[in-house]
Ligand binder design. Structure first.
Ligand code: MN
Length: 454
C-alpha cells in the first residue's frame, strides 16, 4: 500500500514547461521527434567565424545564445543564466546549479511559445541545424564509468565466471572505474581500430595486433552541474542539485585487449582510445516527466547511505536507448541500418543520484562538466543487450545482417548509431539525439613495425 501512495505523489519536478498543450510559433518544433518545445537541450557549435558558441536545439534550428544575449530578453536568474551562456562552453552555466537552469528554461519556453513578444528577437538568432557544426558541449575534466546495469553485469559475468556471474559487492555499491577524459570526442568522429597487446589463443603468448574484437557500449552520459566541495561527501538527498543533464555515450571497447589486461586493476587501454558522445545535453529539468521509481529488484540489500524517499519515488528515468548498425556494404547498396537493440535506462540497478552521491563518499570532488558513464545498459531480455559482447556471447555467435553479412564484432567501415528518446503517456516526447561513429582501419603504429622487425 505504501508504494501505491508514493506512486500517486505529485511529481515536484514538473512545471508549466512540461504542459503537453504548449505550441511554439516555430512550426518545425511542434511534433519534432527530438527537439520539441518540451526539450530545449544545450550544445556548443562553431559559428561562421569559427568561434565556439552555446546554443539550444529547437525543431530544425539552433538558437545562437550569443546573439540572444545581445538582446538581454531575460531578467533575474534566467538573465544570470544567459550571461553564463554567452561563452565558448557550457561549464559556467552548468556550475550555477538547478535554480538557474530551471529559471532559464522557464523563460526560454515562454519566449518560444505561440504569441510570445520575443518571437522576432529569437527568429534573428536561428540557424538551420543542418548547417551547424557541433562540438563537445563542455570541457570534461574527468570521466568516470559505472556499471549500473545488473543485466549487463550478469551476462558478462557469466561469460567469464559461469558459476559466479555477479560478485557480492555489486548490490551494495555502484561499481565504477576512473576513465579517460582526453579521448572523449563528439559524434561523427572517426573511430580508429586500436592496436594493443592481446593473447594469441593458439600460442598462448601475447602479441601486439590491431584488435579483432572491437565493440560498442550503449551508455547514458551524465553531466555534473554545480561542483561539489573537496573533502565533503554529498548526501543522497543533495545529489540532485549536482545533476545537470544527460547525453548518449558510446564507450568503444576492445574486448581482446581488455581480456588480457583487465586483471587485477581493471580496464585500461581497451577503453581509453576513444569514447563518443551525442552533442546535445538534455537537462534534468527536461527529463522531469519521465522520472519513475527505480526498478525494484528482489532481495536487494538495504544500503541506508544510498537511499532516500525522493530517490525511491523519482530516482529512475525511462529513457529509451537504441543501437543501429550499418556496414559499408549496406550503405553502398542503400540498405537501411539494422537495429541491434533497444532498452530503457529504467532497468538500471543504481540511479543517477546514487552514482553522484557514492562518487563523493570519500570526499572526492566533482567539477562542472565532469562526465559519468552509466555503464552498458542492457534490459532483462535478449533484444535489450547493449553490446556485441553480450549479443554474440563474446564472438561465439554472429549477427545476421541484410545482404548476407555476419558480425561477431565490428569491422572496418561499420557505423554504429546510438539514439535516445523519452515518451510519456500524455503524449510528451523529447529526444537526446544520437551519437554516430564509423570504424576506420588501425593507423600505422610505430609499435607494430618494431614488432615486425622493421
Ligand atoms: Mn563502459
Amino acid at each position: 500500500m505504501e508504494s501505491d501512495t508514493k506512486l500517486n505523489q505529485q511529481n515536484p519536478f514538473l512545471d508549466g514547461t512540461h504542459d503537453p498543450s504548449l505550441i511554439s510559433w516555430l512550426d518545425s518544433a511542434n511534433g519534432h521527434p527530438f527537439f520539441s518545445i518540451h526539450n530545449l537541450p544545450f550544445g556548443v557549435f562553431k559559428d561562421s567565424d569559427g568561434i565556439r558558441r552555446c546554443g539550444v536545439a529547437i525543431g530544425d534550428y539552433v538558437i545562437n545564445l550569443h546573439k540572444l544575449w545581445a538582446d538581454r530578453p531575460f531578467t533575474g536568474k534566467a538573465g544570470e543564466g544567459l550571461e553564463a551562456l554567452n561563452d565558448t562552453s557550457l561549464n559556467r552555466f552548468m556550475s550555477l546549479g538547478r535554480e538557474v537552469s530551471k529559471a532559464f528554461r522557464q523563460s526560454l519556453s515562454k519566449a518560444l511559445t505561440s504569441g510570445s513578444k520575443w518571437e522576432s528577437s529569437i527568429r534573428k538568432t536561428l540557424m538551420p541545424m543542418s548547417e551547424v557544426s557541433l562540438c563537445l558541449p563542455c570541457h570534461i575534466d574527468d570521466y568516470t564509468d559505472f556499471y549500473t546495469s545488473i543485466h549487463h553485469a550478469t551476462s558478462v559475468g557469466k561469460l567469464f565466471r559461469p558459476d559466479n556471474p555477479l560478485l557480492p559487492n555489486y548490490q551494495w555499491l555502484p561499481i565504477g572505474y576512473h576513465g579517460r577524459a582526453s579521448s572523449i570526442h563528439p559524434s561523427g568522429t572517426q573511430v580508429y581500430r586500436p592496436v594493443g597487446q592481446c593473447l594469441n589463443p593458439t600460442t598462448q603468448t601475447p602479441e601486439l595486433t590491431a584488435t579483432a574484437k572491437l565493440d560498442y557500449e550503449v551508455e547514458l552520459g551524465i553531466f555534473v552541474g554545480r561542483p561539489t566541495p573537496a573533502f565533503e561527501a554529498v548526501a543522497i538527498e543533495q545529489a540532485e542539485q549536482h545533476f545537470f543533464g544527460v547525453c548518449m555515450l558510446n564507450d568503444w571497447s576492445a574486448r581482446d585487449i581488455q581480456a588480457w589486461e583487465y586483471q587485477p586493476l581493471g580496464p585500461f587501454l581497451s577503453k581509453n582510445f576513444m569514447s563518443s558522445i551525442s552533442p546535445w545535453v538534455v537537462t534534468a529539468e527536461a527529463l522531469a516527466p519521465f522520472r519513475l521509481p527505480p526498478t525494484r529488484y528482489a532481495n536487494r540489500p538495504k544500503v541506508p547511505s544510498l537511499e532516500s524517499y525522493e530517490n525511491s519515488v523519482f530516482g529512475g528515468f525511462d529513457i529509451q536507448m537504441t543501437c543501429h548498425l550499418r556496414t559499408a556494404q549496406m550503405r553502398k547498396n542503400g540498405i537501411p541500418a539494422k537495429k541491434l537493440s533497444q532498452t530503457s535506462f529504467k532497468h538500471a540497478f543504481w540511479t543517477i543520484n546514487q552514482m553522484l552521491s557514492h562518487h563523493t563518499q570519500t570526499g572526492c570532488n566533482l567539477n562542472s562538466g565532469d562526465l559519468l558513464g552509466s555503464g552498458t545498459q542492457s534490459g532483462p531480455n535478449a533484444a535489450e543487450a547493449g553490446s556485441l559482447l553480450e549479443i554474440t556471447r563474446g564472438g561465439q555467435d554472429s549477427i545476421a545482417l541484410p545482404g548476407n553479412e555476419f558480425r561477431g564484432f565490428l569491422e572496418d567501415g561499420d557505423e554504429i548509431e546510438l539514439s535516445g528518446f523519452c515518451e510519456s503517456e500524455n503524449g510528451l516526447r523529447i529526444g537526446l539525439g544520437s551519437v554516430v561513429g564509423r570504424i576506420a582501419p588501425a593507423f600505422s603504429s610505430p609499435h607494430l613495425s618494431k614488432q615486425a622487425g622493421e
